[in-house]
Write a protein that binds this ligand. Structure first.
Ligand code: ATP
Length: 394
């Protein structure tokens, strides 16, 4: 459809970047990134009209987003048309604008495009041999100043390398090491670092990326004063723990990245953790979650250790409910032994099923005013029920 609209408008349009990479790899990717030789914003407006979707325009960049829903949008960029003095140069101008757009990108595997216009539909545009690198499982920059120009690409290189099980190409690795040694990461704004870091931490297999950050001397810039080796054992087990908790159908954390963020900081002093939260401008609530996890994990783990003897279920449940649920995979990782992991699972089951059926709202419906007395009474009831002293009727 974008191709037909572009045909009508006399523009050329291409799908570019991650989508092309993932289609060639046979992976799913729903991020559509269009490059238009012509006017990207006009094309976006037409697309928006055709699909009845909202269009956000950014005139200073010549870009726009066509927003279909919360998790589906199309980014449209304009490959700037350059004006040459000689009309004879025009055909070259057309391809050189796409070339320039792709040349600004981070890695060869991300710098391919596919034509969408009807007459050329499906043609792969691959100026930098991205397809070959993809086949050879290689992450390669397009030029030697790439990491200096944009140091966040250091994190991106690590992300793609680990996500696909690729290798950073030796020359690229040399550029990367040099730029890290020159301290380029200290010059990037924390906002930009966070944009990339958040992506890393949201991947289930972020563990390998964090390890690579340590290996390449990047970690210290990203998590200042946090010792990687202290948290490594927990990080290593985190992918498995995340999968387990989600397989149990329980408490899949809402913000995925926070699971790793908490695990990275759990061994640190509160002051260092606070500093790292501030560095990335975490909200007050998110910071509180990190600090609650930091404060509570060892006593919670100790309680689970001691259970079932000497510890009441209600006591365990209470401890667990005081911990942010984004810390549950980390707790599971710390509880190394299978028997303890199983105990944790049972406990999660109990708190999942123990949602109070009578709550403040219900009391209100009955015409009473909820107050502290009710809260205390409900708490006591809840404890009793968990400890098996009370039966509840469905
Ligand atoms: P993911 O699958 O994680 O979304 P992606 O490649 O789609 O990966 P995005 O961050 O959405 O990643 O970027 C889209 C495209 O924009 C990339 O494929 C790349 O071509 C380009 N790009 C993104 N960030 C940079 C950067 N820092 N420098 C150069 N090009 C970039």
């Amino acid at each position: 459809q974008a191709g037909q609209i572009a045909d009508r408008m006399g523009f050329k349009v291409y799908a570019a970047g991650g989508l092309v990479r993932d289609v060639l790899l046979g992976h799913e990717n729903l991020d559509i990134d269009l490059v238009v030789e012509g006017d990207g914003i006009l094309l976006a407006l037409e697309l928006g009209r055709a699909y009845n979707a909202k269009v956000r325009q950014h005139h200073q960049f010549g870009t726009a987003e066509v927003v279909f829903s919360d998790d589906f949008k199309i980014d449209v960029a304009t490959a700037r048309v350059e004006f040459y003095a000689y009309p004879a140069a025009l055909p070259q101008v057309e391809s050189s604008t796409l070339h320039q757009d792709l040349y600004r990108r981070d890695f060869t595997i991300n710098a391919m495009a596919v034509a969408l216009n009807e007459d050329s539909f499906g043609n792969l545009v691959d100026f930098f041999d991205g397809r070959e690198d993809l086949q050879n499982h290689i992450v390669r920059v397009l030029h030697n100043l790439s990491f200096i120009e944009d140091p966040t690409r250091i994190l991106r290189a690590i992300r793609f390398e680990q996500r696909y099980g690729f290798k950073i190409e030796p020359q690229t690795l040399k550029f990367l090491n040099e730029s890290v040694r020159r301290g380029v990461l200290a010059k990037v704004s924390n906002d930009r670092l966070w944009d990339e870091l958040k992506h890393i931490l949201a991947e289930t297999e972020a563990e390998g990326m964090l390890r690579r950050m340590e290996e390449l001397g990047v970690w210290a810039y990203i998590f200042p004063r946090v010792n990687y080796w202290e948290v490594e054992p927990v990080l290593k087990d985190l992918p498995r723990s995340i999968r387990q908790i989600s397989d149990w159908g329980m408490m899949v954390p809402s913000s995925g990245w926070l699971v790793y963020f908490i695990a990275v900081l759990h061994w640190s002093d509160a002051e260092i953790a606070r500093e790292n939260c501030a560095k990335y401008n975490l909200s007050k609530r998110q910071t509180e979650k990190v600090l609650a996890a930091l404060k509570g994990w060892s006593s919670t783990v100790a309680l689970i250790w001691k259970a079932p003897r000497h510890v009441k279920v209600s006591q365990l449940a209470k401890a667990l409910l005081q911990m942010p649920r984004e810390s549950y995979p980390m707790l599971l990782a710390i509880l190394e032994e299978d028997e303890l992991k199983e105990r944790f699972r049972e406990l999660l089951n109990i708190i999942k099923d123990s949602k109070p059926r009578i709550n403040g709202k219900y009391i209100k419906q009955l015409g009473y005013r909820p107050g502290p007395v009710y809260r205390e009474a409900l708490d006591a009831l809840w404890r009793e029920r968990l400890d098996g002293n009370l039966r509840t009727e469905e």
